[in-house]
Ligand binder design. Structure first.
Ligand code: AMP
Length: 290
């Protein structure tokens, strides 16, 4: 496994790999890219596996991107178990890990921003202002650095995926995107690097979130939206959750619903961000109205 911390060394590898691959195969390689913030778990590895299925080389980046953290969030204490991550990446047969320092990505004179203006204002965008500007800026920078043909994102962060899909379309970025289904613990809790923040009792309560989201999704077909969302909130508040949002929006543009009913054949997302104690959890289910 190659491990690069600077852009120049990565580009040297990329240029040489492309030439060698072309000479052998008479076509350019498919480069699959999995951007992460590290503290790797099987959810991240499910993206790697998807990339490996479709591509000739898989590049995984590990970069805790300061510009997507809002003031007061956990940038400083975000877990950074670098040697464990490198070991898991190696065992998962990743071809390249790109692990830059902040100064390599944001030199002192850096002064640009990529900002999606519509979808990024909904859901998490209300509570984490500028978060998605940080995400879209780093993702475009990483695309330009890594030059992937394909990039893989988890639907655990569904809004992030749809915002990135929008900038890829709006800005004619030549990368094929794939959203990968959320990997969950056996009890339903979505795998997340932040689950380590949960206390023992919070960890026991946490699976309730996905349970209630799943029940609510089913109820949406025979009850008014308002009642379903209120019922779900009440149930979860009883289990100790406090809410930023719990909403149903239409895909792929995260549009608000017209009225109380879902339109047959259309895709929707039921999405939430909430707290269990001090830990912020997000989860969602994407579904088609029948
Ligand atoms: P992060 O390191 O949290 O920024 O996540 C890096 C990528 O892994 C993002 O595309 C996430 O959506 C994805 N990811 C995180 N958790 C999961 C999960 N449980 N299942 C699938 N993908 C995930």
């Amino acid at each position: 496994m190659n491990n690069f911390s600077d852009i120049k060394s990565y580009k040297n590898w990329l240029n040489k790999t492309r030439v060698d691959f072309f000479e052998k195969n008479k076509r350019f390689p498919k480069i699959g890219f999995v951007p992460t913030m590290g503290a790797l778990h099987e959810g991240h590895i499910s993206l790697v596996k998807e990339a490996q299925k479709e591509c000739d080389f898989t590049v995984l980046s590990i970069f805790v991107n300061p510009s997507q953290f809002v003031k007061g969030e956990d940038f400083e204490k975000y877990p950074r178990p670098v040697s464990i991550d490198l070991d898991l990446a190696k065992r998962s047969k990743v071809d390249v890990v790109f692990l830059p320092e902040v100064g390599e990505i944001y030199p002192a004179e850096f002064s640009s921003l990529v900002s999606e203006q519509s979808l990024s204002k909904e859901l998490c965008g209300v509570y984490r202002p500028c978060h998605f500007d940080g995400v879209t800026t780093i993702v475009l920078k990483l695309f330009n650095m890594i030059e992937p043909t394909h990039a893989y994102f988890g639907l655990k962060d569904a809004q992030q995926f749809f915002v990135i899909q929008k900038i890829v379309s709006d800005l004619n970025i030549n990368v094929a995107l794939k959203g990968v289904a959320t990997l969950r613990e056996k009890d339903g809790l979505a795998l997340s690097s932040r689950n380590i923040y949960l206390s023992e009792s919070e960890r026991l309560a946490a699976p309730r979130l996905y349970q209630v989201l799943s029940e609510s999704k089913e109820s949406l077909f025979n009850k008014p939206l308002k009642d379903v969302l209120l019922g779900a909130r009440t149930k979860l508040e009883k289990s100790g959750f406090t809410f930023q949002y719990l909403e149903v929006l239409a895909l792929p543009l995260l549009s608000r619903l017209q009225g109380e009913t879902l339109e047959k054949g259309k895709e929707y997302i039921i999405a939430t961000a909430c707290f269990l104690g001090k830990t912020r959890l997000i989860d969602n289910i994407i579904f088609k109205a029948e």
